[in-house]
Design a protein around this ligand. Structure first.
Ligand SMILES: Cc1cc2nc3c(=O)[nH]c(=O)nc-3n(C[C@H](O)[C@H](O)[C@H](O)COP(=O)(O)OP(=O)(O)OC[C@H]3O[C@@H](n4cnc5c(N)ncnc54)[C@H](O)[C@@H]3O)c2cc1C
Length: 252
């Protein structure tokens, strides 16, 4: 996927990525921020935003939001090494205190601030490679959650001769709706890589559309299928045996 409409693509939307995206967007840049995580999201870390970090949050107009989450200020540190303890006040007059928010709180706040500044946020999306032209990075290639399975199936379809099938179908009598909905022209006419990409995008959109309208059907039981087959099968058995509705996954 190449994204010419963006001035910058920031990969990683936590404490480095989101403020970068926010600051660029505030300058009027068109920014895409990508993270394979979906927020709020935890990560391996202790949580101290040291005084200079807190001062940066204040400069960006975000410290009051952090305080509003109930996170108290800290002015004294004590590092206890067992035989001895080092303690002191690391703040300065300009940046007197630190805060210790959970990453679920801090990172979400930063992601939201980037979005408010106008950065487009794409969560649940993994960047697989950067695309270069003449030694310059011009975009990224990646996949959304669950996209691997679609890509794998699409590849199998190509190996099994879907291009010939699409060309045969196009040569016969087929409605324009079917041609469009099935993406037959993409499959028959585009180079294979581009055709594969088009099929993946089309399938993902179609699945999202189906999820949306199917969830309106009263009594319909939905099971999140974007998981290992065994887990999905367990859920189906559970639904069948209890006849209870499981919590529906969010359409995406
Ligand atoms: C145990 C531990 C304790 C720490 N304690 C502190 C502390 O108390 N105070 C402090 O200031 N620092 C602490 N640090 C350091 C701090 O956690 C890191 O410096 C900080 O998280 C780095 O932020 P980041 O946004 O650069 O990266 P990260 O927080 O690592 O975020 C990177 C993001 O990029 C995403 N990403 C990566 N690759 C891709 C890809 N290909 N496609 C899509 N998304 C991708 C990931 O999903 C992730 O969300 C600690 C670190 C550890 C490990």
């Amino acid at each position: 996927m190449v994204n010419p409409p963006y001035d910058a693509i920031v990969v990683g939307a936590r404490c480095a990525g989101s403020p970068t995206a926010m600051l660029l967007a505030r300058k009027g840049w068109r920014v895409l921020t990508i993270d394979r995580a979906t927020f709020p999201s935890d990560t391996l870390s202790t949580h101290v935003v040291h005084p200079r970090g807190a001062a940066a949050l204040a400069r960006w107009g975000l410290l009051d939001r952090l305080k509003a989450t109930g996170c108290p200020p800290i002015d004294t540190y004590a590092f206890d090494f067992g035989p001895f303890t080092i303690s002191g006040t690391p703040g300065t007059p300009e940046a007197p205190v630190s805060y210790c928010p959970r990453r679920t709180v801090l990172d979400k706040l930063l992601v939201d601030a980037a979005a408010e500044a106008g950065a487009q946020i794409r969560e649940g999306f993994t960047v697989d490679e950067v695309l270069t032209e003449d030694g310059r990075v011009v975009g990224i290639k990646g996949h959304a959650k669950g996209g691997e399975r679609i890509a794998e199936r699409a590849r199998t379809m190509f190996t099994a001769g879907v291009v010939t099938e699409a060309r045969t179908a196009l040569a016969g009598e087929i409605s324009s709706t079917a041609v469009h909905a099935l993406g037959l022209r993409d499959v028959a006419e585009l180079p294979q890589d581009a055709a594969l990409e088009a099929v993946i995008i089309r399938t993902r959109r179609y699945a999202a559309y189906q999820r949306k309208w199917m969830r309106r059907i009263p009594g319909l039981v939905s099971v999140n299928g974007d998981r290992p087959t065994g887990e999905v099968a367990d859920d189906i058995v559970q639904v069948a045996s209890t006849r209870e509705r499981l919590p529906a996954p969010r359409a995406g």
